[in-house]
Ligand binder design. Structure first.
Ligand SMILES: Cc1cc2nc3c(=O)[nH]c(=O)nc-3n(C[C@H](O)[C@H](O)[C@H](O)COP(=O)(O)OP(=O)(O)OC[C@H]3O[C@@H](n4cnc5c(N)ncnc54)[C@H](O)[C@@H]3O)c2cc1C
Length: 532
C-alpha cells in the first residue's frame, strides 16, 4: 500500500467505476491521490447490490470501460447483459490490472469536509475521526449509492429476516421454500422478484407504482462481442456523441407522422423483439408529445395484458399514472410472467397501503401478511443523496443548505462556493439518463484535463461563477420542462424521498450535446469558471 500521509494532492471519494478510473488518470498524470471508500473493496454499485438477479440494463459491450484498449479486446462478457457477479469480477480485474488498491483506503466513510480559504485546501474527516487534507476533492460517490429507507412504523419489530437489495449480504441468503415479501417494483425489485419466484415457497409483491418494462432478451453474448471488437474505438466514439451514451437507433419521425398504421406497429414490434432501453427511442416525439407518449404506453400495456393471465392482476401491473419514459424504464427477463405462478401474489399499495410492520409480517389495508423474509427494494436518494449526506462546508455554508431547494451546479461538475470540489456525474449532467460508463469516463477525463490546465498555469484554485451556474441551472430546467419527464413522481425528481424538493435533476439534452458544451467550455479557457 502507498503510504497515506494524510496530506494529498487529490482525495477521491468512492471506489466504484468512477473513482477507479479517476485514480488511474490522476496517478498517470503524477498526482498524489488517495481514494476513500466506505465499502470493503472496489465495485461501488456492484459491490453493494448483490441481490438475486442483479444485472446491468445497458448491454455489456457498452456498459464497460473504454479507456483500456487492451482490456477491451481481452475481456469476454458471457451474456448480453452481464450479471452482478460478472461485473464485479470485471471491476476487480481492473483494480488488479492497474494495481489500484494500494491507493485506496477501504472501510472508511467520509463524514465531513471543510474548505479553508487561507490554505486553499479541503480537510476531509472520516467516520473514524481521522482528518486528511487535499488541494482537490473529487466526489465519485455515485448517483444511486444512498438507499432510500422508508419510514415505516415497526421496521424494528419484524421478527424474521429483513434485507435491502442495496445492501445485500455478501454470503447470499437462503430463500428456498420461505414465505417472502418484496416491497418495491423499480428495477431492483423487478430483477429480484423474477429471480426468486421459482425458489421461494411463496412470494408477495407490494407495489406502489407499476413499472413500464421492456424485455431484455438476455442470453449468451454470442458473436456480438466478436463483431464489435475490431471496430471498438469507433463504436465507443459513436456512443460519446449519441443521445444516451450507447447505441440506439433514434426514431426519425413523429409517432403520428408515419403514413400507415402498420409501419408504426412493425417498428414497435421490431424494437420489442430486439429488447432493451432503445424501445422508447422509436419515435422522436415520445418524450415530448402527450398523445405520442400515450400511444407508446398503450402498446406496452397491451403486451402486459398478453403476458399476465389473470386480468385483475394484469390491470394492477399496468402503469397508467405517468408518461412512459418519465420514470426509469425497467428491462425485464420474464417479470410479468412471474405473476402466472401459483406461489406469487400482488398487493397494490394504492388500494391497501402498508400501515406497519409487525413481528410476523406486514400490515397492508386490513390484512396482516405473515413472512419469513422481507426484502426492501425501495430505491435510492438519487443524485444528490451521497453528496448531501456528507457535511460539506464551502466558502459560504454547506452543500445541503445550498441545495435545499434543489441542486445548483455548473455542468453537474462543480458548485459555486465549493472551490476545488468536483463531482463525477453530478446533478444537472446527463448521468442517470445515460449509459453511466460513457458519462463517468467523460467527467473523469474533463476533471483530469481541468487539473492539468491549472497545473500548467501554476494555478491551484477553480470554482464556477454564480452567473454561469445560474444559467446552467436554468438551461437544465428549461430543457427538462420541454419534455414530459417532470410529469412523473420519479426519483429523477426526488419524489421518492419525503421532504426532498421536487426538481428534475439530470440534464436531458443528451450526452453528445452535453459533451460539445463541456468541451467548448474547456477549450474557451474554462469559460464560466474562475481559476487562480
Ligand atoms: C442495481 C443497479 C443497477 C444499475 N445498472 C446500471 C446499468 O445497467 N447501466 C448504467 O448506466 N447504470 C446502471 N446503474 C447505475 C450505477 O450506479 C452506475 O452505472 C455506476 O456503477 C456508478 O458508478 P460510480 O462509481 O459513479 O458510483 P458507485 O458505483 O455508486 O460508487 C460510489 C462509491 O462511493 C462510496 N461512497 C459514497 N459516499 C461515500 C462516503 N461518504 N465516504 C466514502 N465512500 C462513499 C460508495 O460506498 C460506493 O462504493 C445501476 C445502479 C444500480 C443500483
Amino acid at each position: 500500500m502507498t503510504e497515506d500521509r494524510g496530506d494529498h494532492d487529490v482525495i477521491v471519494i468512492g471506489a466504484g467505476f468512477a473513482g477507479l478510473y479517476q485514480l488511474i488518470r490522476l496517478r498517470d498524470a503524477g498526482y498524489d491521490v488517495r481514494v476513500l471508500e466506505a465499502g470493503g473493496d472496489v465495485g461501488g454499485t456492484w459491490y453493494w447490490n448483490r441481490y438475486p438477479g442483479a444485472r446491468c440494463d445497458i448491454e455489456s459491450i457498452e456498459y464497460s470501460y473504454s479507456f483500456d484498449r487492451a482490456l477491451e479486446q481481452e475481456w469476454n462478457w458471457s451474456e448480453r447483459y452481464a450479471s452482478q457477479p460478472e461485473i464485479l469480477d470485471y471491476i476487480r480485474h481492473v483494480a488488479d490490472r492497474h494495481d489500484l488498491r494500494r491507493d485506496i483506503t477501504f472501510g472508511t466513510r467520509v463524514e465531513a469536509m471543510r474548505w479553508d480559504d487561507v490554505s486553499e485546501r479541503w480537510t476531509v474527516r472520516t467516520h473514524d475521526g481521522r482528518s486528511r487534507t487535499a488541494r482537490f476533492v473529487i466526489a465519485a460517490t455515485g448517483c444511486l449509492s444512498v438507499p432510500s429507507r422508508p419510514d415505516v412504523e415497526g421496521l424494528e419489530d419484524f421478527g424474521g429476516e429483513l434485507y435491502w437489495t442495496s445492501h445485500w449480504p455478501h454470503d447470499g441468503v437462503d430463500l428456498e421454500g420461505k414465505r417472502v415479501a418484496v416491497v418495491g417494483t423499480g428495477s431492483s425489485g423487478l430483477q429480484t422478484i423474477t429471480a426468486i419466484a421459482p425458489v421461494v415457497g411463496s412470494l408477495t409483491v407490494f407495489q406502489r407504482t407499476p413499472s413500464y418494462a421492456v424485455p431484455a432478451h438476455n442470453g449468451p453474448i454470442g458473436r456480438r462481442l466478436e463483431d464489435v471488437k475490431p471496430g471498438y474505438p469507433a463504436f465507443r466514439d459513436e456512443s460519446r456523441f449519441s443521445r444516451l451514451g450507447f447505441h440506439c437507433r433514434e426514431g426519425e419521425t413523429g409517432y403520428f407522422a408515419e403514413t400507415a398504421a402498420g409501419d408504426v406497429r412493425r417498428e414497435l414490434d421490431d424494437r420489442w423483439s430486439d429488447g432493451g432501453l432503445c424501445f422508447t427511442q422509436s419515435f422522436r416525439d415520445v418524450l415530448f408529445d402527450v398523445d405520442a407518449n400515450e400511444a407508446l404506453a398503450e402498446y406496452v400495456r397491451e403486451r402486459i395484458r398478453e403476458k399476465v393471465h389473470d386480468p385483475e392482476t394484469a390491470e394492477k401491473l399496468t402503469p397508467r399514472s405517468y408518461p412512459i419514459g418519465a420514470k426509469r424504464m425497467c428491462v425485464d427477463t420474464g417479470y410479468f410472467e412471474v405473476y402466472n405462478r401459483d406461489n406469487v401474489s400482488l398487493v397494490d399499495l394504492g388500494e391497501e397501503p402498508i400501515s406497519r410492520l409487525t413481528e410476523r409480517g406486514i400490515v397492508a389495508g386490513d390484512v396482516e401478511h405473515e413472512f419469513d423474509v422481507i426484502i426492501m427494494a425501495t430505491g435510492f436518494d438519487a443524485m444528490t443523496g451521497a453528496l448531501t449526506a456528507m457535511d460539506v462546508r464551502g466558502t459560504d455554508g454547506t452543500l445541503a443548505e445550498k441545495w435545499a431547494a434543489g441542486p445548483r451546479t455548473y455542468l453537474g461538475l462543480m458548485a459555486a462556493g465549493f472551490p476545488n470540489l468536483f463531482m463525477i456525474t453530478g446533478p444537472q449532467s446527463p448521468s442517470v439518463l445515460s449509459n453511466m460508463m460513457t458519462s463517468i469516463e467523460y467527467h473523469v477525463d474533463w476533471v483530469t484535463r481541468a487539473l492539468e490546465y491549472l497545473r500548467a498555469r501554476g494555478e491551484h484554485r477553480m470554482e464556477p461563477d454564480v452567473e454561469a451556474e445560474d444559467n446552467w441551472v436554468n438551461t437544465t430546467n428549461d430543457v427538462g420542462d420541454l419534455t414530459l419527464m417532470p410529469r412523473a413522481a420519479s426519483w429523477y425528481m426526488g419524489a421518492n424521498i419525503p421532504g426532498k424538493r421536487r426538481v428534475f435533476m439530470p440534464f436531458v439534452g443528451g450526452v453528445g450535446t452535453y459533451k460539445q458544451i463541456g468541451d467548448g467550455v474547456a477549450v474557451a479557457g474554462y469559460h464560466g469558471f474562475e481559476t487562480a
